[in-house]
Ligand binder design. Sequence first.
Ligand code: 13P
Ligand code: SF4
Length: 306
Amino acid sequence: MENRDAELAEKILSLKKRRNAVILAHNYQLGEVQDIADFVGDSLGLSQNAAKTSAEVIIFCGVHFMAETASIICPDKTVLLPDINAGCPMANMITAEKLRDKKMELPYVPVVCYINSSAEVKAESDICCTSANAVKVVESLETREILFVPDLYLGHYISTQTNKEMILWPGFCPTHLRIRPEHLTRLRQEYPQAKVIVHPECRPEVIALADEVLSTGGMCRFAQQTETKEIVVGTEIGIIHRLKRENPGKKFIHVSEQAVCPNMKLITLEKILWSLEEMAPEVKVPEEIRLKAKAAVDRMLEIGRG
Ligand code: 13P
Ligand code: SF4
C-alpha cells in the first residue's frame, strides 16, 4: 500500500472505531478499499452481514441499491454511501411505476426482482434474489410463470436452469455486456489448461463457453476449492484483487480490460474518510416503502445461498 493510502487507512480505522462503524465492501471495489473493509463479499453476503452486524453505522462501499438494501434490513442503523452518485445503470432500467403497469397486464404472475433494483421496485415485488440464489428463489415459487426484473440476461440464464416460464424485463449490465465470446475463445487458446468462470449477468453466448456460471462470492469459493492453477475470470475487474490475495499460488486471467464498472470505482479511501467525518451521504429508505421491500428481501434471506 502506498504511503498516502496507508495514512488514509489509519485515519479511517481509528474514526471507524469511534463511530462504532463497520465497513462492508463489494468484491468489485478498488483493492485499497477492499483491504480496509471488515467484510468483502457478493450482494447476498453483504446483505447477510448487514443483517447481523451490531455496529451503529454501516459504511457501504458498493453501489446505491446495496446501501438501500442495508437500510431496508437495518432501519435503526445509519447507512452511508461514500459517493451518492455510485448507482447501478441496470437498477435504473426499471421504475416502480413501469413495474406496476406490467403487473396489471400479468395479475397472477409473481414478481422476482434481482437485488440490483431500487427499494421502490423491491416494494412492488414478491421476492428478491441475487446471482447467488436466483435459481433457488425462482424454484421456490409455485407458479409456472414468473415475471423477472430487471436483468434480461440473468433471467435468461435462470430459464435455462429451471422449467419455469420466465417473462423477462429488458434490463442489462453494461459492464458485463462488454464481455464477448471472442474474449473467451482467445483466452482458451492461450491458456488451454485454464477453467473459465463467468457471472450470470453475461450474455448467453459467453455463458455457453464457460465451465462455471457463478456469483462473485461463488467465484471466490470456486477459486479456493479447485485444483486448477489457472482461471479465466469473466466478470468485473475488481474481483481479481481478492482472488489473487486469497490464492497466491494461482493465476487469474481477467477476461477483458473493458469489463470495469465505473460506478463501483467511485468509492475511494478519501471519500470513505470524508463520509465518516461528515456522517454523510446517508441512504435511508422511507418507512412505507421499506416495510414492503423488506418482505421481499426477508423472503430471499430465508432461502439463503443457492
Ligand atoms: P454479485 O456480487 O452478487 O454476484 O453481483 C454482481 C454485481 O453485478 C453487483 O452489481
Ligand atoms: Fe450494476 Fe453492472 Fe456495475 Fe454490477 S457491475 S453495479 S450490475 S453496472
